[in-house]
Design a protein around this ligand. Structure first.
Ligand SMILES: C[S@@+](CC[C@H](N)C(=O)[O-])C[C@H]1O[C@@H](n2cnc3c(N)ncnc32)[C@H](O)[C@@H]1O
Length: 266
């Protein structure tokens, strides 16, 4: 099972990279000109990261990783997509930004990276690709320095209960089984000519909480937001600048949550 989901999902992510780089969604021209790709929620949680070492898990093609480098951090990005990591390395070269990128499965990262970090960071569309949150939290914990900080921002599990049109509840909140789907296009460009099978998992909030606790982390901050900073789902409307909500569910559902945690050190 593990080999199968990794192969299918990696193929899908490799197929998305060129389309994402060319998409309006990722605003590459503005990024080249110096725009910071990070959004208000994570910027507030990061604060001043000048001189801090940051491990960015599931970094895609490195836009956010390189944004943190521009903010003065020493950055390392990890992603299992070869195409994404090649694009990240190329982008870093083009922009003359110092960054390390590793191509590997999140669960295997401790086999390839020996350093410990001030901040472990992962955001938006990450844990849904992972079957086992205990293993994920152990990886996070493994990489944190004793006084380090974990920063996590993710789409809310309530969002993933709906069908694509947000018209009905299609999935259980408590869904242990993997979701196997044929997906066409991508959130960054719905017209992308790709159709792939993906395997994903819905993880409830208590599962995240328990996994972090089990891995020896203590949660310092937890918040939920009625908006997404990305216009990445069907029929969203911009209720305020860079705050998107589902047209027929404005202020009715949580769309994103964020937390920070630190090692208990007892
Ligand atoms: C939605 S993207 C993350 C988006 C990110 N916030 C950004 O900067 O654009 C999810 C990323 O997770 C990566 N990924 C999925 N499963 C993975 C795994 N098992 N190990 C490592 N990376 C994985 C994909 O290649 C993809 O780049």
């Amino acid at each position: 099972m593990e080999e199968k989901y990794l192969e299918l999902n990696k193929n899908n992510w490799n197929n998305r990279v060129s389309g994402h780089l060319a998409s309006d969604f990722y605003r590459m021209e503005a990024f080249h000109a110096g725009e910071n790709s990070l959004k208000e929620i994570e910027l507030a949680l990061l604060g001043d990261i000048q001189g801090k070492s940051v491990l960015h898990l599931q970094c895609h093609f490195g836009q956010d990783t390189l944004s943190m480098a521009r903010m003065g951090a020493k950055v390392t990005g990890v992603d299992f997509s070869e195409k994404a990591i090649e694009a990240a390395q190329e982008l870093a070269r083009e922009l003359s930004i110092k960054a390390n990128f590793h191509c590997c499965d999140v669960y295997r990262a401790p086999q390839f990276i020996t350093e410990k970090f001030d901040i472990v960071y992962t955001t938006y569309g990450t844990i849904g690709w992972l079957p086992d949150l205990d293993r994920w939290a152990q990886v996070v914990s493994h990489f944190l320095k004793p006084n380090g900080k974990f920063i996590f921002v993710e789409f809310h599990p309530v969002v993933w209960m709906f069908d694509d049109d947000f018209n009905q509840l299609a999935y259980n909140y408590f869904q242990d089984e993997p979701i196997v789907e044929e997906v066409s296009g991508s959130y960054a460009d719905k017209s992308m000519q790709i159709t792939d099978t993906t395997i994903t998992w819905n993880h409830g909030l208590s599962e995240v909480y328990q996994a972090l606790q089990n891995a020896g982390l203590s949660i310092d901050h937890f918040s939920e937001y009625p908006f997404s900073p990305y216009d990445c789902l069907k029929d969203l409307i911009e209720v305020e600048p860079n705050r998107f909500q589902v047209k027929q569910l404005v202020n009715k559902i949580p769309m994103v949550y964020a937390l920070t945690a630190h090692p208990k050190n007892d």
